[in-house]
Ligand binder design. Structure first.
Ligand SMILES: [Zn+2]
Length: 350
């Protein structure tokens, strides 16, 4: 396959040169229907709260039990998405990557409208999330058919929209991972090889998963220097294991900035680190020589993360975290590397 996009970044409005993307959020959801993550609470008193709209009256409960309220799992208002992402632009941001996969609310036309209305570059994803979100006929789909679909999303656009994906992912896996998830990842690696697109993988919640996934990507002929491993802070507590993972050349994504709760309903036995813990990992990785493999984002997928609903918003990294990183010794060149140059390399097509 020819590589007309070689070296460029593919946004929903067309190709952009890497040196023009500016400050970039590599992993955010502008629009998502995340009800696949809904967990019904056991207590009768809590059940009633699952159907309430997010409000000040229930905000504390919803923040703590963020996948137990259906309204919280829906980001489907384009105007709200625009208003919220403009705060990132006002803080200096220029590009946002939305890797929402096919069956959880990806909306190419809406992303293009948001890009036009805000003047921001928006990069869209392709492929499938975790097994719970797979289409009912996934058992019968072949690796080749899945790969062809992802390749078409990147090369010619989604359906008849003409709007092209700029990455393969986020490809979802659980722990232990399912046969269909493995099949989707194999297809995603084929799509990466064929198109030169970056690949983004959401690991199952076990510290050994990211390395297992990296090995599979490598075995299937994928390029780990253009593969992004998401959600490291909720997966690997020991930074030495992240340094081991870094030896593979894979991108290390710390994409849950702004999640300051330690209770993590998807894995209650694991204490979620806060931004202080995330920064400690980032600084340790920089000290170990891996600055050029780090990506930073918020992975906003819940209403409670939005300013309108009492959250820190898409501009949190720029307004709240960057000054703290600077105070901890990351200089302007280092910040530019983390926020601009690294995403520019990570999302450029081969
Ligand atoms: Zn995500």
């Amino acid at each position: 396959m020819s590589r007309p996009l070689g070296g460029q970044i593919q946004t929903v409005l067309g190709a952009v040169a890497p040196d023009a993307i500016g400050i970039t959020l590599p992993h955010e959801h502008l629009l998502i229907d995340f009800k696949v993550m809904f967990a019904e609470p056991a207590a009768a008193a809590d059940k009633a709260r699952t159907r309430e709209p997010v409000s000040l009256a229930n905000l504390g409960w919803v923040r703590q039990n963020f996948n137990a309220n259906l309204d919280n799992l829906r980001l489907q208002d384009e105007q709200v998405a625009q208003d919220e992402i403009l705060l990132f632009k006002q803080a200096g941001g220029r590009t946002v990557v939305d890797p929402t996969p096919t069956t959880i609310g990806r909306d190419p036309r809406a992303l293009a409208r948001i890009a036009r209305a805000t003047g921001l570059n928006v990069v869209m994803g392709a492929g499938y999330y975790v097994a719970a979100s797979h289409p009912p006929d996934m058992d019968r789909r072949t690796v080749d058919a899945l790969a062809r679909e992802m390749i078409a999303d990147v090369a010619s656009g989604v359906g008849d929209t003409g709007i092209r994906a700029g990455l393969i992912g986020e490809i979802g896996t659980t722990y232990p991972w399912t046969d269909n998830e493995q099949k989707v990842l194999r297809a995603a690696v084929i799509a990466q090889r064929e198109t030169g697109a970056p690949l983004m993988v959401h690991p199952g919640r076990h510290p050994a998963m990211p390395m297992e996934l990296a090995k599979l990507v490598q075995k299937e002929g994928g390029d780990l220097r253009r593969t992004i491993m998401c959600h490291l802070c909720r997966t690997i507590a020991d930074v030495r294991a992240v340094i081991d993972l870094a030896q593979t050349g894979i991108w290390l994504e710390y994409d849950l900035f702004g999640m300051e709760n330690s209770f993590y309903p998807y894995n209650p036995s694991f204490d979620m680190p806060n931004d202080g813990g995330r920064m400690a990992h980032v600084l340790a990785l920089v000290a170990a020589g891996h600055r050029d493999q780090i990506l930073l984002s918020h992975d906003i997928a819940y209403k409670t993360s939005l300013v309108k609903y009492g959250g820190y918003g898409y501009h949190h990294l720029l307004v709240n975290v960057v000054p703290r990183l600077r105070a901890k010794g990351v200089d302007d060149a280092g910040l530019h590397r983390l926020l601009v140059e690294n995403p520019a390399r990570a999302f450029a097509f081969a």
